[in-house]
Write a protein that binds this ligand. Structure first.
Ligand code: TEU
Length: 547
């Protein structure tokens, strides 16, 4: 199936379904839920990492790329999962965390033991002459990006947690080892690969301080050599499969670079995730802050990325949610009175856009953030570090906790809610994170109610049956409307106008004359009267088709 007709579902294995009662989701749990997944008519499932890991960063600190962590099951379980998903027309996408390894990885341990071959796998640098760290770079999880390399007097670079040591991609042996990992899983029948923070692999060989006031990430993000690395990796691995689907997680990237990463003529990746739209509720770009989302900025970003990628022949992954983001309903929709309508509206925004939509587990139910009231409820390293940093900078516990409650990655990692029971039908044991709002938000309710899940099924069907959705052009629609984000899709003689009211108040939009009386292809409300002054209900989405 063409990439443009595909829809990809994301499963955070630790939280999807626990088959053995240990409180943690596992691969057999996914096998047991294939009948549910089949109902959505998705084409591929992206699994967050389930490789051997000490779990300091929930599996993004990999100690062995070639084996499955026993907490998730066995290689036999994985092989059965691949086969059963394939029998149901669903492919597998694995998460390739190749910018860094766990410090418990054999490569790092050999480097620590003095093996020079593996010491060249990492960024090992001496302190400056004055004894300060090799550079002033900061870790994305807070604190310095350098840690002592044993008792060698050297330091090793870690852009994330100190237990995640950055690999030196300038070293051809590193790139070959990474391609070998991808090829091992290709041989297991894996057709999809998500590349974790792949655009920070292009650090300069000579690492220098960031100028005062300049974020250190600007020195190593989206550097030109990343395109070379991706071309090489493509040719050495997934590019040999005509049906491969690849997506790069691109931190702080640009449209121009993302066109380069994804234009098929460049033989790099199929598509990219960019995150700019998910930073429109950040104060001055700071994640650990609180503000209502900036709607004009959100519209401008959604529009400029759709326009720019279309103009350049690039391809984007379309998403509101993932395992690193709080639930979108709490940020850009309404988790209360209009939960159902705003979930359907947000889904419409991305599923009728040009690109490949991703559905994060539970999004199709309208899942929202958990209602935790204690810092002890949060376990993610990034949130715990952020809380401590906020307290150190003078925030009260209340203010620091309030920020963590809105921005913690734990918010999207609570167990999938299968039913309204105390443990949401996720486990018979003690869940590793506690569900809190399963009473009214769960699979059983959705399958009976025909609301959000049913709406997702309709959106997915449109992508597979309507060329204007899958392959149509993109054009901006008025960007000055105070409540509505709209856009055009065009295909041969057809025009599709998609309008989305982002607020809980009704509003009126003036339709272009040609669209008056047009066919209502889809709406989350009944009885849409397509008049010149179109009334849009709270959180209404409507797609009008001409031709
Ligand atoms: O995330 C990349 C990243 O930059 C994260 O810091 C993310 O953007 C941030 O948490 C949003 O607030 C990837 C993985 O998705 C994430 O789970 C890992 O923790 C990280 O890389 C390190 O592997």
């Amino acid at each position: 199936m063409k990439l443009s007709e595909q829809v990809i579902y994301q499963i955070y294995p630790k939280s999807f379904y626990d088959s053995n009662g240990d409180g943690v989701g596992d691969l057999r749990g996914v096998i047991e839920k294939i009948d549910y997944l089949k109902k959505l008519n998705i084409d591929m499932i992206w699994f967050n990492p389930f490789f051997v890991s000490p779990q300091n960063d929930n599996g993004y600190d990999i100690a062995d790329y070639y084996h499955i962590d026993p907490m998730f099951g066995t290689m036999a379980d994985f092989e059965e999962l691949v086969a059963k998903l394939k029998a149901n027309g669903i492919g597998v996408m694995l998460d390739m965390v190749l910018n860094h390894t766990s410090t418990e990885h054999e490569w790092f341990q050999k480097a620590l033991a003095g093996d020079e071959k593996y010491q060249k796998f990492y960024y090992l640098r001496p302190p400056k002459a004055d004894g300060s760290l090799p550079t002033n770079w900061e870790s994305k999880f807070g604190g310095p990006a350098w840690a002592p390399f044993g008792d060698t007097g050297l330091y090793y670079l870690h852009l994330y947690d100190p237990t995640q040591a950055d690999l030196d991609w300038h070293n051809p042996a590193v790139r070959q080892a990474c391609a070998a990992v991808v090829n091992f899983w290709r041989q297991k029948g894996v057709q999809g690969f998500r590349f974790d923070v792949i655009n920070v692999t292009g650090k300069a060989e000579k690492l220098v301080d960031a100028p005062k006031g300049v974020p250190s990430k600007t020195l190593y993000t989206d550097t030109p050599v990343v395109h070379d690395y991706l071309k090489e990796l493509n040719a050495a691995s997934f590019g040999q499969d005509v049906n491969s689907v690849t997506v790069g997680e691109m931190s702080s990237t640009t449209v121009a670079n993302s066109v380069g990463y994804t234009n098929p003529a460049n033989h790099e990746l199929s598509m990219v995730f960019n995150f700019h739209h998910l930073k429109t509720d950040y104060v001055d770009g700071r994640k650990w802050s609180r503000m209502a989302f900036d709607f004009p900025r959100l519209k401008q970003l959604l529009d400029s990325w759709a326009s720019g990628m279309a103009a350049g022949g690039g391809w984007q992954a379309l998403f509101w949610n993932n395992h690193d983001q709080p639930r979108a309903l709490n940020r850009f929709g309404d988790a209360g009175r209009y939960r159902v309508k705003s979930a359907e509206m947000l889904a419409t925004v991305i599923h009728l856009l040009r690109g490949t939509p991703f559905i994060y587990m539970g999004e199709e139910l309208g899942m929202t953030d958990p209602d935790y009231d204690n810092m002890a409820d949060y376990v993610d390293i990034e949130a715990l570090n952020a809380y401590r940093a906020l307290i150190r900078s003078g925030y009260s516990h209340h203010d620091a906790f309030t920020i963590v409650k809105t921005k913690a990655r734990d918010n999207s990692r609570t167990p999938m809610q299968w039913d309204d029971s105390a443990k949401a039908g996720f486990t018979t044991g003690k869940p590793w994170l506690t569900p809190t709002n399963q009473a009214t938000i769960n699979v059983a309710h959705e399958l009976a109610s025909g609301e959000i899940f049913d709406y997702y099924q309709r959106l997915i069907k449109l992508r597979k049956t309507m060329p204007i959705v899958a392959d149509g052009g993109y054009q901006s629609w008025r960007l000055d409307d105070p409540q509505v984000f709209g856009y055009w899709r065009t295909y041969r003689q057809q025009k599709l106008l998609v309008l989305n009211n982002f607020y809980g108040q009704s509003t009126t939009v003036t339709l272009p004359e040609e669209m008056v009386g047009a066919q209502v292809l889809l709406s989350n409300y009944q009885d849409v009267n397509v008049t010149a002054q179109l009334t849009m209900q709270p959180y209404q989405a409507v797609a009008l088709l001409l031709g």
